[in-house]
Ligand binder design. Structure first.
Ligand code: ZN
Ligand code: ZN
Length: 303
């Protein structure tokens, strides 16, 4: 039985003295707190019931016990590059480079501190995704470059709600991840056939772009809009790749109009810092000229 001045820790069930730490079920002991700090983001546990805290401590019990014996390796266990002395991140049971830590953070939609509370085995599978790898290997070990298959398997755009002021954020689902091995093996031939069909329809060009929308750009200051002589042509690259300073032509019976592509952006209207728009992707072409002759549904020929 507990005597005066001691309490029972609701997490581990042992008696303890002193102030302890707060959770939803009251104060818990400092010995548990030491472990909690390794697997919970700061203050996250304050409002959790003791049973939940106990469950996570149990889940990570082995990693917590081995925490102090983990040594910094020479190379990042995810990307295999040399692990920088300072720019690295401690996971519960490993060290990874900051480049990989950043990717993991983005893929998990969380913060670095939450990534640091996880094990390598929980994070590593994320890096096997086709979009991260730049493609996928089939069962016979042949690697298929994602860029060359986007013409038949474009990324699927989705929106996820970001709490706070940002509203929605763009994210992509990669259909390559869910292809069967037969589908993956058949994909290169399918892509070649699609290119052939497009060439037959539009002729041979460096790239073909299909127009969805046209927006005139403006600056806003003191509540007033100041229109610029700049337009964003939104749409998708049906075939080929588009780079900065490529020329885009619109063909009409009355003649051909030519545009210089000054900037490139992804599907977000405010993005304009891309160097290249690859085959099968959505994006924006930025031009500086009067644009009354381009319409949604138009085809731009890039040469
Ligand atoms: Zn305890
Ligand atoms: Zn790495």
């Amino acid at each position: 039985m507990a005597f005066i001045g001691t309490k029972i820790c609701p997490v581990c069930g042992k008696e303890f003295k002193g102030l302890g730490n707060i959770c939803k079920d009251g104060d818990y002991c400092n010995a548990c707190e030491k472990k909690v700090r390794l697997v919970f983001v700061e203050d996250e546990e304050d409002y959790l019931p003791a049973a939940k805290i106990r469950a996570r401590l149990n889940k990570y019990a082995d990693a917590i016990a081995a925490y102090d014996s983990v040594e910094k390796p020479e190379t990042c266990p995810i990307c295999g590059k040399k692990l920088p002395k300072l720019m690295n991140m401690r996971l519960l049971d490993a060290f990874i480079c900051m480049g990989c830590a950043e990717k993991a953070r983005d893929m998990l939609h969380t913060g670095y501190d939450a990534v640091g509370c996880m094990c390598l085995s929980e994070i590593q599978p994320l890096f096997g995704q086709a979009a991260v790898q730049g493609g996928r290997a089939d069962a016979s070990g042949v690697f298929h470059n994602a860029d060359s298959l986007r013409i038949v398997y474009p990324l699927i755009r989705t929106l996820w709600q970001e709490p706070g002021e940002y509203g929605y954020n763009v994210e992509y689902i990669d259909p390559l991840d869910s292809l069967s091995d037969e589908e993956l093996k058949a994909a290169p031939a399918l892509a070649a056939k699609r290119r052939e069909e497009l060439e037959e329809k539009y002729g041979t060009h460096k790239a073909i772009f299909e127009v969805d929308s046209i927006s005139k750009l403006y600056n806003e200051s003191k509540g007033k809009r100041h229109y610029r002589d700049e337009y964003r042509i939104g749409g998708r690259v049906l075939m080929g790749n588009i780079v900065l300073r490529d020329r885009a032509a619109v063909k009409r019976t009355e003649g051909t109009k030519d545009l210089l592509i000054r900037k490139l952006g992804d599907c977000r209207k405010y993005s304009s810092d891309m160097k290249e728009l690859k085959e099968g992707t959505e994006g924006g072409l930025f031009v500086e000229s009067a644009l009354s002759f381009v319409y949604p549904g138009d085809i731009l020929y890039i040469d």
